[in-house]
Design a protein around this ligand. Structure first.
Ligand code: SF4
Ligand code: SF4
Ligand code: F3S
Length: 377
């Protein structure tokens, strides 16, 4: 069984395929602190890709409330119950990944949800981590907490769905690392559904084949971000390419945020698939919970986020300002004076965002229109 390096857990894993990393790898940063669970992303995705027959409960993008929400039901807690909590020594994973739990000759450890598990996508929405007693009020600390976790397929470095399919119907594209199901080859074995620890492969009972997030590849091929990213009201998302070969680039916003400054962390890195959606952890949630969800580095990432206005973090803040600023994939960014600037893959400037929003004071009475203003700023 070939071994593959996994930078997220600081050690190699057993993976059934030997394949070089893709020339480019799509990656995303989601700032959990800014998500308002409006579900605009969910609907943008659903309307575009999964509005057909047999796709009624398919959500390539979903937003769930943690700690209790999850779609499909208990997708993560059930697997964690089976494989046990992650154990880390410094930044090295000591416990076993899903590829190792059942031994290298067996498929990745997983489970297959039932129809009922998909029937309540928003169960647990807005539920707090504990009950709020009558008369309790919010103080300087949050005794109870929750946060919104937006989820899509992670287009993993070592996809469990690819490893599990006996038909080799799931594949990872070399040009961008997007993971797709070949609908012609698929025979509906659903081993991919069982294996994906994030439960982001869905079985279509009408088409009798599995379907998954296609990474909006027709848009990516034109240099545009995914629909869930473009439509995000909270501007919590950045979509681009991560450097896979050689050193991470200082001028690549994904590399800078994820690898160089380590502000954003992978989701359940202990599963071993090398997910490519990275999350800025929610600063109000206890470290103990977050470390099981995002791995080591939570405390440092939260400190960095709280300290973004410090002069030494100006470039990092500039990268964050570019979230939601353009529908083009930003390949290169810089800070110029009081502005963060982004260029697309063709080298064209596509975003320029000021650090301080200009404010305009208007006259209380507009002579040309003959109207009074109530709010003049
Ligand atoms: Fe496959 Fe699941 Fe990883 Fe997506 S998140 S690439 S479906 S293993
Ligand atoms: Fe959160 Fe953005 Fe989706 Fe709204 S559109 S739920 S803010 S990720
Ligand atoms: Fe393979 Fe999954 Fe289809 S295991 S055959 S891609 S249902």
């Amino acid at each position: 069984m070939p071994q593959r390096p996994n930078w997220q857990i600081n050690r190699p894993i057993e993976y059934p395929y030997e394949a070089p990393p893709p020339a480019r790898q799509v990656a995303y940063v989601f700032d959990v602190n800014k998500c308002i669970a409006c579900q605009t992303c969910t609907i943008a995705c659903k309307t575009a890709w999964t509005s057909g027959k047999g796709q009624e409960t398919t959500f390539f993008n979903n937003v769930e409330s943690k700690p209790y929400g999850g779609y499909p039901l208990a997708w993560d807690s059930r697997l964690l119950d089976e494989v046990g909590p992650a154990r880390w020594k410094d930044r090295n994973l000591v416990s076993l990944t899903i590829f190792e739990t059942d031994g290298p000759k067996n498929p990745p450890h997983g489970w297959r949800p039932t129809f009922e598990d998909y029937s309540s996508p928003n169960l647990g929405e807005d539920d707090l981590s504990g009950p709020v007693e009558r008369g309790e009020e919010i103080g300087p600390t949050h005794p109870h907490w929750m946060f919104y976790l937006a989820r899509i397929c992670n287009h993993c470095d070592n996809p469990a769905c690819v490893a599990a399919c006996p038909r080799k119907a799931v594949y990872k594209r070399d040009e961008d690392g997007i993971v797709l199901v070949d609908q012609e080859r698929c025979r509906g074995y659903r081993e991919c559904v069982r294996a994906c620890p994030y439960k982001k492969v869905f079985f279509n009972t009408i088409a009798r084949a599995s379907e998954k997030c296609i990474g909006c590849f027709p848009r990516v091929e034109q240099g545009e971000v995914a629909l869930c990213v473009e439509s995000c009201i909270g501007k919590i998302r950045m979509h681009g390419f991560r450097t896979t070969v050689g050193a991470p680039r200082e001028d690549n916003p994904l590399d800078y945020i994820v690898r160089i400054r380590q502000l954003a962390l992978p989701l359940y890195p202990q599963f071993g698939t090398g997910p490519n959606v990275f999350y800025v952890p929610p600063v109000h949630v206890p470290d103990g919970f977050l470390e099981q969800v995002f791995g080591p580095g939570v405390e440092e990432a939260k400190d960095l986020y709280r300290n973004l206005r410090a002069p030494e973090n100006r470039k990092l803040l500039g990268a964050l300002l570019l979230f939601g600023a353009t529908n083009r994939i930003i390949d290169r960014f810089d800070v110029q004076g009081d502005e963060a600037v982004g260029w697309d893959l063709t080298g064209t400037e596509v975003a320029r965002v000021p650090f301080t929003e200009p404010s305009y004071v208007r006259a209380p009475f507009e002579k040309d229109l003959g109207v009074y203003r109530l709010n003049t700023t």
